[in-house]
Design a protein around this ligand. Structure first.
Ligand SMILES: NC(=O)c1ccc[n+]([C@@H]2O[C@H](COP(=O)([O-])OP(=O)(O)OC[C@H]3O[C@@H](n4cnc5c(N)ncnc54)[C@H](O)[C@@H]3O)[C@@H](O)[C@H]2O)c1
Ligand SMILES: O=C[C@H](O)CS(=O)(=O)O
Length: 487
């Protein structure tokens, strides 16, 4: 009996979806999915492993042979139906997401729409996969370029966006004619399985979209990264795991896409609109309780406006309401686990021990061990762990700089390079700083930078490849050059 009050209870799937069928684990084992806000069990989910993963890859290869021969328009029509079904079931998908991931319900609804937008976008982009006719160097031949689906795709995704991180991969892969085998995070499999249910209803043929849920991530991952049938491996998650999986893919020379960790700076210059900068930094820091890859990880403010910024920012943080994501009064939910909250607290304790001051928050909340108080730290220094590590929680360290060159140096003093944000009214400074900082994405006086139409991705150890936008198809296509003689 489900504890979730869904309009359509059949969206709550607990078996994996392989070759168009709902399957238990070979072992019969299951694992618990729990609500982070109270530890209550939501469901027992079939706990699959490497053997089932291998079978999923094999059926994906078979299913792809027919799918890739369909026209882009035929694939587009089916993907559009998947989009329509996601939006028709937005509330139920959001209930499932808040229950297993903890995010505020309004954010869950937003993520479902965001996830659906990738399906809508790539249903259209599929019809614009163009080739080239190359003006040749000799008159007796013609050279053309065509683009073809890369092959069976394997995907591994994180718990923090349990819908959108899946469709951001599955939609372009399916759009160009690939099949995909997905391993979602064990913390949030129900969102992935609900997507599979809707894919089935949309008429996505059996074997094309396969979801293998399980707790044996290393074993499932080993199969996905080593099986020679898999031609593309796409990962969204932490940088350490991304590096490991890239190494595993090397043995079969798989093409990889990596969407990894971040350490986003927010640079606030003295000429910025301070209220706009505070509002932007608040949004960039505390979305999803600070558990996004592009969250503000270091807020870096010019010394002449530092005290005013900290005062305004702290006042805004004190307006947050910590609580259960289903409570309409809640503006910040729990972290994914008690361990996550303890990890965040360790960063705060380390900073305080090295001289940081807490202007608000700074503790695991009495609401429960997964609840971390919205926190602001001032008087930071570069020797603190929080200056270098991805916080992944609702803690805002506010650093100070004096000159533009110092701000750029501080922003670049990290192995990460995903998102960054600049607040200034000086248009010359916008260009100087945007071009000087080493990041895949730069928000200028704006932090809501993500959508399906933009190339999302990072540089350095934040990953490789881009998801979304017209560039998002490239990761799932191979270029073929054909030279035609006897002209
Ligand atoms: N760049 C982006 O677009 C983006 C988006 C979301 C999250 N992230 C990053 O993801 C991290 C948070 O997510 P997380 O905690 O789920 O990350 P994680 O790396 O711990 O796990 C991500 C996925 O990898 C799986 N995994 C873990 N170990 C594995 C192994 N040995 N073999 C195969 N699979 C394995 C997990 O089960 C999960 O499905 C943060 O670093 C965040 O910045 C990046
Ligand atoms: O956490 C990573 C997500 O990609 C963030 S966003 O929702 O795409 O901005």
């Amino acid at each position: 009996m489900s504890i979730l009050n869904l309009k359509d209870q059949s969206l709550l799937r607990t078996q994996s979806y392989i070759n168009g069928e709902w399957l238990d684990a070979d072992s019969g084992k299951t694992f618990a999915v729990t609500d982070p806000s109270n530890g209550r069990e939501i469901a027992q989910v079939a706990d699959l492993g490497a053997a089932e993963t291998r079978r999923a890859i094999e059926v994906a290869d078979q299913a792809m042979q027919g799918w890739k021969k369909k026209t882009a328009k035929e694939r587009s029509v089916i993907l559009r139906k998947w989009f329509d079904l996601m939006m028709e079931n937005q509330d139920d998908l959001a209930i499932i997401m808040t229950a297993e991931q903890g995010k505020v319900f309004a954010e869950s609804k937003g993520e479902v729409a965001y996830g659906a937008s990738f399906v809508e976008w790539f249903a259209e982009e599929a019809k614009r996969v163009y080739g080239d006719v190359i003006p040749n160097t000799t008159a007796d031949r013609r050279s053309i370029v065509i683009k073809q689906p890369i092959g069976v795709v394997a995907a591994v995704t994180p718990w923090n966006f349990p819908n959108a991180m899946i469709t951001r991969k599955a939609a372009p892969a399916l759009a160009v004619g690939c099949a995909i085998v997905l391993k979602p995070a064990a913390e949030t499999p129900l969102s992935a399985l609900a997507l599979a249910e809707l894919a089935d209803r949309a008429g996505i043929p059996a074997g094309l979209f396969n979801v293998v849920a399980g707790t044996a991530a290393p074993e499932i991952g080993a199969e996905l990264t080593s099986n020679p049938i898999v031609k593309k491996f796409t990962f969204t998650g932490s940088t350490p795991i991304g590096k490991l999986l890239m190494q595993q893919c090397a043995q079969t020379v798989k093409r990889t896409s990596m969407e990894l960790g971040g350490n986003a700076p927010v640079l606030v210059f003295e000429d910025a609109d301070l209220d706009k900068a505070v509002a932007g930094a608040i949004s960039a820091k505390y979305r999803n309780a600070g558990q996004t890859c592009i969250c503000a990880n270091r807020i870096i403010v010019q010394d002449t406006v530092y005290d005013a910024f900290v005062e305004k920012f702290t006042a805004a943080v004190n307006k947050f309401s910590l609580g259960n994501g289903f409570d309409s009064a809640t503006t910040i939910g729990p972290l994914i686990t008690a361990k996550a909250a303890a990890n965040v607290h360790a960063l705060v304790v380390d900073a305080q021990a090295k001289g940081a001051s807490v202007t608000t928050g700074g503790q695991i909340d009495t609401l429960g061990e997964a609840f971390y108080q919205p926190t602001v730290l001032a008087h930071l220094s570069n020797n603190m762990r929080i200056a270098k590590e991805e916080i992944f929680g609702p803690v805002a360290p506010v650093f100070k700089f004096s000159t533009e060159d110092e701000a750029i140096a501080m922003a670049n003093d990290t192995e990460f390079g995903l998102a960054s944000y600049i607040f200034t009214k000086d248009i010359s400074r916008v260009w100087r700083v945007s071009e000087a900082i080493d990041y895949g994405m730069v928000g200028v006086n704006e932090v809501a930078i993500s959508s399906e139409v933009i190339p999302f991705g990072g540089v350095k150890e934040s990953g490789q490849g881009r998801e979304g936008s017209k560039y998002g198809l490239d990761d799932y296509l191979e270029i073929k050059y054909i030279c035609m003689g006897d002209i």
